[in-house]
Design a protein around this ligand. Structure first.
Ligand code: 4GX
Length: 246
């Protein structure tokens, strides 16, 4: 899978997407993350990429021409037009279903805006879809683009080990993760739940599932509402609330 990122801040990407799982996936050639500096395509002698808004008002607007020429530098080498996504608070809000859908594509172009936004005609001319990472305001589209590359790359076969991909099933099933513990057995007077020390794997699995159900109920009632619980789930949840909390 290939990501081409149109941005004024290409250096921001390597720091984040050069490490850990995504860094290794890039080394293995499973994904390609290519940044294109929009400023390199400025036609202006001072490398200007923004200008005052027509009609007046606050801030600056990113000019259409440098963005368009940066975009052309990618697509002129291609036979088919890749999907172009503009990261913006006006887009549909990213979720795991959208991540899975995007993961089935083999090429994405991500456009990162700054200042008060970009010339509307660029959105009309090249953008297929606007995506938001949530209802809050950031200073630019770079962090949202990194969020999108990270989440979508996890869908690419081979990027995650079989152990790492386990998380997905739990999130797709709409349940939160059960609590995890590692050594030492005691930390700040808090010990590990005895069941995890028992070595009884069927009981441990059942306890973990119970914890997932209980957590989802308490922490994410919105997710809980959507769950389809069977008889066993209901019994586990009932038991979870009957047990005296330590
Ligand atoms: N999820 N931002 C885009 C530029 C901008 C300004 C005005 C349109 C209109 C964001 C988010 C986000 C900040 C990226 C503003 N675009 N993007 N940028 N939340 O807050 O995706």
């Amino acid at each position: 899978m290939r990501f081409d990122i149109l941005t004024l801040f290409p250096d921001a990407f390597n720091a984040v997407l050069g490490e850990s799982i995504i860094g290794r996936a890039r080394e293995k050639g499973l994904i390609t993350v290519n940044t294109i500096n929009i400023r390199d395509f400025s036609a202006d002698k001072h490398k200007k990429v923004d200008d005052y808004p027509y009609g007046g008002g606050r801030g600056m607007v990113m000019m259409a021409q440098p963005i368009y020429d940066a975009y052309l530098s990618i697509v002129e080498k291609l036979e088919c037009k890749p999907r172009v996504i503009y990261l913006s608070p006006q887009g549909r809000i990213l979720n795991q279903k959208i991540v899975e859908e995007l993961g089935r594509l083999d090429h994405l172009v991500l456009l990162c805006g700054h200042y008060e936004g970009i010339d509307e005609r660029i959105i009309e001319e090249i953008v297929d879809e606007e995506i938001s990472i949530g209802d809050y305001v950031l200073t630019g589209g770079e962090l949202p683009a990194m969020v999108l590359v990270d989440s979508v790359s996890r869908q690419v076969p081979g990027v995650l080990s079989s152990e790492e991909s386990y998380m997905d099933e739990s999130h797709s099933a709409g349940l939160l993760e059960y609590p995890q513990y590692t050594r030492p057995y005691e930390f700040k007077n808090r010990t590990v739940p005895e069941i995890l020390m028992s070595g009884h794997h069927a009981n441990i699995n059942s306890w973990r599932h119970q914890q997932s159900l209980k957590r989802t109920y308490i922490k994410r009632p919105d997710l809980f509402e959507k769950l389809k619980l069977d008889k066993e789930d209901k019994a586990l949840l009932k038991e979870a609330f009957e047990n005296i909390e330590p």
